[in-house]
Design a binder for this molecule. Sequence first.
Ligand code: AKB
Length: 318
Amino acid sequence: MCARKSPRIMVTGAAGQIGSELTLALRGRYGNENVVATGHKTKPSPKLRDSGPFEFIDVTRRESIEAVVDKFNVDTIYHLAAILSAVGEEKPHLAWDVNMNGLYNILEVARERQGVRVFCPSSIAAFGPETPRENTPQETVLRPKTMYGVTKVAGELLCDYYFHRYGLDVRGVRYPGILSSETPPGGGTTDYACEIFYEAIKHKRYTCFVREDTVLPMMYMPDCIRGAIELMEADLSQLKHHADFNLAAMSFSAGELAAEIKKHIPELICEYEPDFRQQIADSWPRSIDDSAAREEWGWKPQYGLEAMVTDMLENLRK
Ligand code: AKB
């Protein structure tokens, strides 16, 4: 029996919250030398830098993507480089440039080389205030009110266009807020759910920038990574959707999260001072129907609130 050829992977945004852990998981699965991590300005952690190739690129410049894809003979791109919702509201032009022109360049580089596959995450930010907020369906109103959300909807449509028009195998999920202990998130609305852990351990006090009763869908990093890899390994012929799979794991309010952490750190004091991010959070779903992902490629989350909090605190204390 001949061994299956390992994919040759490039990860953009590899120094970011998801990228840093996804790159290591991909290297563990497919071999260190088969996964090239790329970043823009953020310096890679020693773990990332020393475990395999790392290159600096700017996704808004197509030549810089092409150089790495050709140098490493890349056949699969996990495109994570993006500006998130909160920074996107402060810098909407930058968000459009990085998220839209960056994605367009990635898709064009993949199209021109034929056979290059792409993973591009979307987000719950693709939804808006007119979308049903409970158990948000796969097929529903997509009228986001943030620039980040606009780029996510347009990105989903662009990816689907490339699939139907050029046969490009491009896949993606609508991620909820992601919780992780390795690299802090930056510039998102769901960042409070990570920040509270760091502050609870360091200062036993946290001022949360959304109201206590704010409920959002969330996911723990091991599920987030498994979701990306499982979708990319799924049989294409089984997929009816491509770049827009709803994906869910758990939903909780900021107050419920603080209460769960307090079970481990009883001295924790959490206060609530909502800022401009409250309005963004209020425009997003509270829970997600991910039955299409379950049916088409067998998605099943493993972590709920309790298990995630226990594991996060254990990792952060290490
Ligand atoms: C953000 O808060 O902007 C992101 C997201 C939900 O896509 N974490």
